[in-house]
Write a protein that binds this ligand. Structure first.
Ligand code: SAM
Length: 187
């Protein structure tokens, strides 16, 4: 896995590829410029369902344009702390195969709008509640937000035994980005 690419987002994608299949329901919890949304849309195909949210209206527009005319895409302006409510409104219970979180700010912007510890932990609570058995959550964490990293790791350490939380981190580099992976046991 590491050989494939050293960027945490590429490591996240290689794990997601193992569990997500055509027809699955998935969530991009921080769609930004739409790269991860497009990746998820290709994996799930026309029978799948991809929810993409971002607090930034422009990001949602960019994602819609970038991901093209994908019928299975639901791109919405939303604070990701409300992701659980959105899924409940859509009648989705615990059948989301993967959530991708890529934290921080949208590349190419002024960095004013970035994810926060509080909202991200609330979003993760919603994600865990809707995660399918055998599904996974990936969270790319960046060193410019130590408070958010601590909050996310504290939350993950407290998860019940049905879930497993792993941290992937390049230890021969100062302040590396980190990849948190949460999985739920198979039914
Ligand atoms: C690193 S970027 C995501 C990159 C994106 N996945 C891509 O493929 O281009 C982080 C995104 O999180 C968004 N964001 C910040 N706070 C948020 C929140 N509370 N809820 C949802 N999105 C948020 C930012 O607007 C930004 O677009």
């Amino acid at each position: 896995m590491i050989k494939e690419n050293l960027r945490v987002i590429d490591q996240a994608k290689s794990l997601v590829r193992h569990v997500v299949h055509e027809g699955d329901i998935v969530v991009d919890a921080t769609c930004g410029n739409g790269n991860d949304t497009l990746f998820l849309s290709r994996l799930t195909g026309p029978r799948g369902l991809v929810f993409a949210v971002d607090l930034d209206e422009e990001a949602v527009e960019v994602t819609k344009a970038f991901a093209g005319r994908i019928p299975q895409l639901r791109a919405t302006v939303l604070n990701h702390r409300e992701i659980g409510e959105l899924l409940e409104d859509e009648g989705i219970e615990d059948d989301v195969k993967a959530f991708m979180f890529n934290l921080g700010y949208r590349p190419g912007t002024t960095h004013e709008l970035k994810t926060s510890a509080r909202d991200t932990v609330l979003a993760l609570q919603g994600a865990v509640a809707h995660l399918a058995p055998g599904g996974l959550i990936t969270v790319c964490l960046y060193p410019h937000s130590p408070e958010e990293i601590n909050a996310v790791l504290n939350f993950s350490e407290e998860l019940s035994g049905e879930y497993s939380a792993f941290l992937i981190k390049r230890i021969n580099r100062k302040d590396p980005p980190e990849l948190l992976v949460i999985t739920r046991e198979e039914a």
